[in-house]
Design a protein around this ligand. Structure first.
Ligand code: FAD
Length: 535
């Protein structure tokens, strides 16, 4: 098996599949892996890039969600905490424990309230990570997070949750489905129309019919836009998009080695300040607002930047300015619509829903990054019912994702041999880091940085094309590496050099390289301008 787009397109056009999954976000990726590992002939089509929708724009927390406890959603939290544990085991290179510190200011009543919430979190399943939460004195809290404001600090709590790069997790799930379980997956391949027994796909300017007994819609916030043959204009409102934004700042401005949970002064919502290990960056997020704008490429506005920076500045001695922001991203939660109208998006459940239409289209909506595996299990149960098959057990609960086998730790070579570079590669590729190391060993110049100030190597761009189906400059800079959100302007400046590197691999002409650079810079400009403009 190879993770190769040309052969995937060929197979999509010629083979019969039990199931075709529409959408290569974490939900569709999870469905493809579950279906393929149960032995179903499985295909997946993603119209843009794997993870390019919401699944590269989350808060990147693999967690139960403390706040859902206060909404009484114990079942969701318990399920998410079970899934967190599975990910820590099945993808230890991609999902890692991260300590969170919750400071309490003012009276001790605040401390007691946090303590009760964390006991409940531990009891609901948080304990499985191996350590219960604990209370810190103000002095201990300041040792862990010296940037905290000391005045009126009553104390803090420390608990463990987990963190992972959402885009790379999504890619790892797709690659596991393809390389280890025989699924067929192609990015930059749009499903134009779904019909009974398959769908019409568009890729590289050509159209093809895919023959699949069951089609699964895992199109996130775009689910209501999918056209089905016979009813192209159906616009059921099954999704309520809710927007959330994050901003990135250099780590030296917020010296922390734990994530912080702060209160936004404006509305009391929790805002996370998260150190992104190995990148030299800290990010702050998120907001949660109803959204009715265009679904493609939402942006972060100046008002949203101000909201997040105010939350940081109210609790830390650091005073962040909009000019300190080096990257930003906005995403849309595909929340399940329904219930009382007029409810705020913050109050809508993060649970998922699986439905089957009379025509046999299985649709999965809602959910969280953390719970993707459980969502996939429910969806494939429904697929098997649609196929008229006996339900078989999902195998994904204990299925390692690509790169998870620590026995194959890479041997560093050439300029990548220093400890930091090796650690960086292992955190991104696990045991597959050995392939990147071999690329550097063959040409030490490829051990140089891809974008100044970031840890990515030039060899990683080549690896992205050869082994991870990257097809565009944006695929490489926005998702295979996270250069766009970690250093927007530096990545735009480096774009021509990166395009030169990719051109030889992808057979780009000079004109195509220039067009790729223009498109990438234009998208970076849109983000920069949005963050500087009034909302
Ligand atoms: C701001 C924010 C913060 C969040 N933080 C967290 C968090 O910390 N932890 C957590 O667990 N969850 C979090 N979430 C939730 C989580 O990110 C989402 O639930 C999840 O990423 C949704 O994945 P998805 O695959 O359903 O959607 P998407 O990732 O959007 O995938 C849908 C895909 O379908 C594709 N598609 C659409 N139409 C077609 C078509 N016609 N043909 C082919 N492909 C098509 C799209 O291109 C897209 O890639 C957060 C969400 C947001 C917005």
């Amino acid at each position: 098996m190879t993770f190769d787009r040309a052969s995937a397109l060929e197979r999509l056009a010629t083979e019969h599949f039990d199931v075709l999954v529409v959408g290569g976000g974490i939900t569709g990726a999870g469905v493809a892996l579950d279906a393929a590992s149960r032995g179903l002939r499985t295909a997946l089509a993603e119209r843009d890039d794997f993870g390019s929708g919401t699944s590269s724009r989350s808060s990147k927390l693999v967690h139960g969600g403390l706040r859902y406890l206060s909404q009484g959603d114990y079942r969701l939290v318990a399920q998410a905490l079970t899934e967190r544990q599975r990910l820590l085991t099945n993808a230890p290179h991609l999902v890692r424990p991260l300590p969170f510190l919750v400071p309490s200011y003012g009276s001790r009543a605040g401390l007691r309230a946090v303590s009760s919430a964390l006991w409940l979190y531990d009891l609901t399943g948080g304990f499985r990570i191996g350590r219960l939460h604990r209370r810190l004195s103000p002095a201990d809290a300041l040792t862990r997070a010296p940037a905290l404001r000391a005045d009126a600090l009553a104390g803090a709590h420390l608990y463990l949750d987990a963190h992972g790069d959402d885009a790379r997790l999504t890619l790892a799930v797709v690659r596991t489905a393809v390389l280890d379980h025989g699924a067929v997956a192609a990015n930059h391949t749009r499903v134009a129309c779904i019909r009974r027994g398959g769908a019409t796909l568009e890729a590289d300017g050509r159209t093809m019919e895919v023959d699949a007994a069951v089609v699964v819609s895992a199109a996130g916030v775009w689910a209501d836009e999918l056209a089905t043959a016979g009813s192209p204009a159906v616009r059921a409102r099954s999704i309520r998009p809710a927007k959330g934004v994050h901003v990135t700042v250099p780590a030296e401005l917020v010296p922390i080695d734990v994530a912080l949970v702060l209160k936004a002064p404006v509305d009391g919502r929790s805002v996370f300040v998260v150190p992104w290990p190995g990148t030299g960056r800290v990010y702050v997020g998120t907001t949660d607002t109803d959204y009715d704008g265009p679904l493609d490429a939402p942006t972060c506005t100046a008002a949203e930047v101000d909201y997040l920076l105010e939350a940081v500045n109210a609790s830390l001695t650091t005073q962040l300015k909009p000019s300190d922001v080096v990257g930003a991203w906005a995403g849309l939660r595909p929340l399940v619509a329904g219930g009382r109208s007029g409810r705020r998006s913050t109050d809508l459940s993060r649970r998922h829903r699986v439905t089957r239409s009379p025509e046999g289209l299985v649709t999965v909506t809602g959910g969280k990054l953390t719970t993707y595996r459980a969502m996939a299990e429910d969806t494939v149960d429904e697929v098997q019912a649609a196929l008229g098959q006996r339900r078989t057990r999902a195998r994904t609960a204990s299925l390692p994702l690509r790169g998870a086998t620590s026995a194959e730790a890479p041997v560093a070579a050439g300029p990548a041999s220093d400890v930091a570079a090796t650690r960086h590669l292992v955190a991104r590729y696990g045991s597959e880091a050995r392939v990147v190391v071999a690329i550097v060993a063959a040409d030490p110049a490829l051990g140089e940085p891809l974008v100044p100030s970031l840890p990515y190597l030039r060899a990683e761009a080549l690896y992205a094309v050869r082994y991870e189906m990257a097809r565009t400059l944006d695929d490489v800079l926005a998702r295979r590496t996270r250069a766009l959100i970690l250093a927007r302007d530096a990545s735009a400046a480096a774009a021509p050099a990166v395009a030169d590197l990719l051109a030889a691999e992808l057979g780009w002409s000079e004109a195509e390289s220039a067009a790729q650079v223009d498109r990438y810079r234009a998208a970076a400009d849109v983000e920069r301008l949005a963050a500087a403009s009034a909302s």
